[in-house]
Design a protein around this ligand. Structure first.
Ligand SMILES: C[C@H](O)[C@H](O)[C@H]1CNC2=NC(N)=NC(=O)C2=N1
Length: 101
């Protein structure tokens, strides 16, 4: 089920397919670097659209030219679930078009 907590092994196995993402403090997270503050802001806005579509929401931290995406599932007791990995995959798919690395 998408809403059940994944084991540490399941999470680490899945993160091999999501370079740059790490499992820390019961969350999966990645920081992207962009070419400018406006590019970073646009990435935040694009991720927000996808998050509303998925009805699943990460914590997004906007820096000068960085965006940190950090997510777990509140309703699963703040554990990482399949839904978090699905969000990470969506973010990975859209980030390159913003020049994120
Ligand atoms: C009502 C709504 O579906 C819930 O509050 C959703 C919204 N976004 C969410 N986002 C995250 N990260 N965890 C949740 O449990 C969650 N629940």
């Amino acid at each position: 089920m998408s809403g059940e907590p994944l084991s540490q092994k399941e999470i680490e196995d899945r993160l091999r397919g999501l370079p740059g993402w790490a499992f820390e403090d019961d969350r999966i997270q990645r920081t992207y670097r962009l070419g400018s503050h406006l590019a970073a802001s646009a990435l935040v806005a694009h991720i927000a659209v996808v998050q509303d579509e998925l009805d699943h929401h990460s914590d997004l931290t906007l820096g000068y030219d960085t965006v940190r995406v950090s997510v777990n599932t509140h309703s699963a007791g703040d554990a990482v679930t399949e839904t978090d990995l699905a969000l990470a995959e969506r973010v990975e798919a859209l980030a390159p078009a913003h020049g994120a690395r």
